[in-house]
Design a protein around this ligand. Structure first.
Ligand SMILES: Cc1cc2nc3c(=O)[nH]c(=O)nc-3n(C[C@H](O)[C@H](O)[C@H](O)COP(=O)(O)OP(=O)(O)OC[C@H]3O[C@@H](n4cnc5c(N)ncnc54)[C@H](O)[C@@H]3O)c2cc1C
Length: 301
């Protein structure tokens, strides 16, 4: 690590290199211990140098988006967190095409679509992630998902080379994409939308926002739906029918408002959340024979 830090100082400003940065400050669950190194990346050139160095020396790294689908252990992460800064959060428009940097927030991209009178991203306005994280997850809601609008993605591979992937190469599925198995860093996403009517797009976004406020425990830290929707079922309903509504482990709780959400009531640890998730999986399996697969990504060592 010492040599790595010395090298990093040649490439980056010192304030962009943080040691032992607490990940609870970078996740919507508000849990997670320290990352060995946390790097604020401000250019593609620096990213290429850092990534090729880390790959060459087999130093583990992880790309952080907005941390809204992430569970980081209490012991933290012994590798390097790469955080794409505002230089990667641009949004450009060419007619009905939107091109967004990997760190642009979905809410801002949906806002740009609305402003331009483009329809297709109404579902994304209330998802609290970046387009990078959203593309990895093929984020979706209310019948929409990013796979419906993404046409290509520009990525950096582990050697620091920039590659463009066309839609057919992205292997989109339900909360799934090629990025779950390949260590690409998403730099830029191109989306094709359709010309619509501002008032209608706005109305739909407001309806979805109200539905979220009414049904989801947005007043507590969480990572959204904890589990994926199992075929022919709804995770939240299975959890409720299994009698788990409101069940706690420490300060982690099955939300009383929406059983599909595990929430942090204030001082939950990652261990509390993991133990509660296991309890939910075991109980639902025992009562209904259904396996619940986590949607939340666990940052392993
Ligand atoms: C209140 C709430 C509501 C939510 N509602 C929804 C919903 O309706 N629908 C839905 O699908 N999700 C929902 N989510 C979950 C979450 O917002 C989405 O999965 C979101 O797309 C994650 O994006 P992120 O930037 O926060 O990614 P992170 O949580 O930071 O990361 C997720 C994964 O993406 C990877 N990643 C992030 N950026 C990049 C990049 N540039 N290059 C390569 N890999 C990258 C990370 O390494 C990680 O593997 C909700 C979450 C919350 C807290």
């Amino acid at each position: 690590m010492k040599t790595l830090i010395e090298n990093l100082k040649l490439w980056m400003a010192e304030e962009d290199i943080k040691e032992q940065e607490l990940m609870k400050n970078h996740t919507t669950f508000r849990v997670g211990g320290p990352a060995r190194l946390f790097l604020s990346i401000r250019s593609g050139d620096v990213l290429a140098k850092v990534v090729s160095y880390l790959s060459e020396y087999n130093i583990p790294y992880f790309v952080l988006g907005n941390g809204s689908n992430l569970l980081v252990p209490d012991c933290g992460y012994p590798g390097v967190i790469l955080y794409l800064e505002k230089e990667f959060s641009y949004i450009k428009r060419e007619d009905n095409i939107l091109i967004a940097g990997g760190a642009a927030l979905l809410s801002q991209i949906a806002g740009s679509a609305l402003k331009a009178g483009l329809t297709g991203l109404e579902f994304a306005a209330g998802i609290p992630g970046t387009i990078g994280g959203g593309t990895v997850m093929n984020a979706g809601a209310y019948g929409g998902e990013l796979a419906q609008v993404i046409t290509k993605v520009q990525v950096m591979d582990e050697r620091g080379e920039i590659v463009t992937l066309e839609k057919e190469q992205l292997e989109f599925g339900y909360r799934n994409s090629i990025f779950k198995k390949k260590p690409y860093i998403i730099l830029e996403v191109t989306m094709k939308l359709t010309t619509g009517v501002y008032e209608e797009i706005h109305k739909k976004m407001k309806e979805y926002q109200s539905a979220r406020k009414e049904k989801q425990p947005l007043e507590f830290p969480s990572a959204g739906s904890t589990f994926k929707r199992p075929p022919n079922h709804f995770a939240g309903k299975l959890i409720m029918d299994a009698g788990l509504r409101g069940v706690c482990v420490g300060d982690a709780q099955v939300s009383e408002k929406h059983c599909g959400f595990v929430i942090n009531r204030g001082n939950a640890t990652a261990e509390d959340i993991i133990t509660l998730m296991k309890k939910i999986q075991e109980t639902v399996k025992e009562k209904f024979g259904v396996e619940l697969e986590p949607e939340v990504i666990r940052l392993e060592e």
